[in-house]
Design a binder for this molecule. Structure first.
Ligand code: SF4
Length: 272
């Protein structure tokens, strides 16, 4: 088995969040409304990465996201665990919304490698109140960080685009076009995401499925913990996803970077 070389994998550790952004790309406010806010067990995530690195030789980028990762009580453990695979990736990013101080244990874990970086989103002073504290914490602990200004006239990327699940499913040809042009779908740059035991091709269809807006049949996934399949079978399945002509979940989504001049929305604006 010749292991796979992959561009990016992200890991959603929790859907818990202290914000309720109107345009949340993973529909966290809806999950709260439905009373179904998953948080993944650290043992499951570790086991998933163990299997993942049994299938993948090298991945350029690992991103830890949520929800708000700083609410995940085992974030430090997860970072330390992933650093055991440091030879197999180029960069490890952890995201935060700039509203919470970073636990010392997380800063210490991040400081253990030059490959880590903390991405701090700044939605403006009324929301992201901890930006200067976090900046000082990173300096004190020698952690690399990047602050993304998401407010004012020069907001990062001009603001957010509408990533809601489309009300009607697109035709197969359109879905194919989206999959091939999207920054998360095109061959060579496909974005895979780990949700507990599952590895999915693009988080959007799976997040749509979680809120009941996308059928499970349109979610391309590998169950990394499935006891009924061998590692070789999981490898075959992952190869299928890497080489799939397109992602059927793209029939529900306008994608990333496909259309120019898409309407931009104020990042971090909260639901009533
Ligand atoms: S078009 Fe949407 S579902 Fe398809 S890869 Fe891009 S973000 Fe994911």
């Amino acid at each position: 088995m010749e292991k796979i070389v992959m561009d990016r994998v992200s890991c959603h550790v929790t859907a818990r969040c202290n914000l309720r952004c109107k345009m949340c790309a993973v529909y966290i406010p809806k999950l709260y409304e439905l009373g179904n806010v998953p948080e993944y067990k650290i043992e499951d995530i570790k086991r998933s990465f163990e299997t993942y690195f049994g299938l993948v030789e090298q991945v350029r980028l690992i991103s830890i996201t949520g929800g708000e990762p700083m609410l995940y009580p085992y974030l430090d453990q997860l970072i330390e665990y992933l650093l055991q695979y440091e030879e197999s990736f180029s960069k490890l990013e952890v995201f935060t919304n700039g509203t919470l101080n970073i636990p010392d244990t997380v800063l210490k874990a991040l400081a253990h490698s030059q490959k880590t970086v903390l991405f701090v989103d700044n939605y403006g002073p009324p929301i992201s109140k901890k930006i200067s504290n976090i900046e000082q914490q990173c300096k004190d602990f020698h952690v690399k960080y990047t602050i993304r200004e998401y407010y004012g006239e020069n907001a990062h990327m001009g603001g957010w685009v509408d990533r809601n699940i489309l009300p009607e499913k697109l035709c197969r040809e359109k879905a194919k076009e989206h999959s091939q042009k999207c920054a998360a779908g095109r061959p060579g740059g496909r974005l895979f995401t780990i949700f507990g035991n599952l590895l999915v091709f693009c988080a959007t269809p799976y997040c749509g499925y979680r809120i009941g807006a996308v059928p499970e049949s349109d979610v391309l996934q590998v169950d990394l913990a499935d006891p009924t399949t061998t590692l070789d079978e999981k490898y075959e399945r992952l190869q299928e996803l890497c080489n799939a002509e397109f992602n059927p979940g793209c029939a529900w989504c306008n994608g990333m970077g496909i259309y120019e001049n898409m309407e931009r929305f104020i990042p971090g604006e909260q639901v009533e």
